[in-house]
Design a protein around this ligand. Structure first.
Ligand code: GGG
Length: 346
């Protein structure tokens, strides 16, 4: 029987609750589909930072490398550790070190979930560039604390990085409805975003079967609300993709439904799966976090590992639960109730 080794990083706040719920569902799905999963849990989090002065140990990346995949909950506890420290100390280094350059975020309405637009025609796949751009961490501050203080943050866009994420977007469009929306702000950002648009134009002839349209980020935000049915695959830079996918999450009913996969398409290192949401300190320890985003992310992990039937089984069970109204109203059903309902459907 095949065994997959999974690194679990529950992280902070509701991350622990949702990873625990997702793991129960994963184990049941494995059992039903004749494979096994072995978990190794890493305590890396803001609490770990408070104890050790780092979000993960120096050899953290190397200890993750041997796993088949990583399942992460949430990172951040701003009352104790600045968000910039926790993000740049854990999530971003993992994505970069393991060349997880494609962050896939599916946005569609699950059965029984209405969403604020009250439309059933919302089904888009956002592809967020995940290793460079605005989150490169290049910059600095001078004259700190003086009236002359200056802060500079440099976005880094490489030909390798832009070309590979656009190609990934084209390929995903081919697997779906054949439409790719490429998002920039090239009227205002005249170097990096003009470059992104240019690479898009260069690649177009290689994908004559894909209909490509370039949008500015502001127009795309409006389109996602006003005409979501016109969109299929949306590809964007690290920052723009981060923002658009929170909008996508809102339209699909909330962050509790938004799943994501940080994919290394070459499979030269493990990929990482995590709900889009953060640690939600306001509801941590209340037992009311919605675990569906983490369960959906877990299903994406199984799909990536080649266990498509088990992944489909999880999604079917989630939708059976939501179709009956479980987990569809924020705060109504407790995490353990939603988990038990999904488990019963598996
Ligand atoms: N679920 C992972 C998490 O904690 N996300 C919060 C966050 O702010 N992420 C930023 C990012 O995805 O770049």
């Amino acid at each position: 029987m095949k065994t997959y080794s999974i690194a679990l990083i529950p992280g902070d706040g509701i991350g622990k609750d949702v990873v625990d719920a997702a793991w129960q569902v994963l184990e049941r799905a494995a059992d039903r589909n004749n494979f096994t999963l072995s978990a190794t849990t890493f305590p890396w989090s803001c609490a770990y930072y408070k104890e050790t002065g780092a979000m993960m140990p120096d050899d953290g990346i190397e200890s993750l490398r041997k796993f088949d995949a990583i399942l992460l909950g949430a990172v951040g506890w701003p009352a104790e550790v600045a968000d910039s420290v926790s993000l740049h100390g854990l999530l971003l280094p993992i994505r970069k070190a393991f060349v997880q350059y494609a962050n896939i975020r599916p946005h569609r309405l699950l059965k029984g979930v209405e969403g604020p637009l009250k439309t059933s025609k919302f089904d888009i796949l956002c592809i967020r560039e995940n290793t460079e751009g605005e989150y490169s961490g290049a910059g600095g501050r001078v004259h700190v604390g003086t009236p002359d203080e200056v802060a500079v943050e440099t976005s880094i866009f490489t030909r390798t990085g832009v070309e590979r994420i656009l190609r990934f977007g084209f390929e995903q469009a081919r697997l779906r409805r054949g439409k790719l929306a490429s998002v920039t702000k090239s009227n205002a950002q005249k170097y990096s975003m003009v470059f992104w648009d240019k690479v898009t134009e260069e690649l177009k002839p290689e994908y004559p079967d894909v209909e490509v349209t370039s949008y500015h980020i502001d127009a795309m935000a409006a389109r996602m609300v006003m005409a979501p049915e016109s969109l299929d695959v949306v590809v964007a830079s690290n920052l723009f993709g981060d923002i658009l996918t929170d909008l996508g999450a809102a339209i699909q009913g909330g962050l509790g439904f938004a799943a994501s996969a940080n994919i290394n398409p070459d499979r030269s290192a493990p990929s990482m799966f995590e709900p889009v949401h953060g640690s939600a300190p306001d509801i941590a320890h209340l037992g009311i976090a919605n675990p569906i985003a983490a369960m959906w992310s877990a299903a994406m992990m199984l799909e990536h590992l080649g266990e498509g039937a088990a992944a489909t089984g999880i999604m079917t069970a989630i939708e059976a639960a939501t179709a009956s109204g479980t987990g569809t109203t924020p705060g109504k059903d407790r995490t353990d109730v939603i988990t038990a309902t999904v488990l019963a459907e598996l």
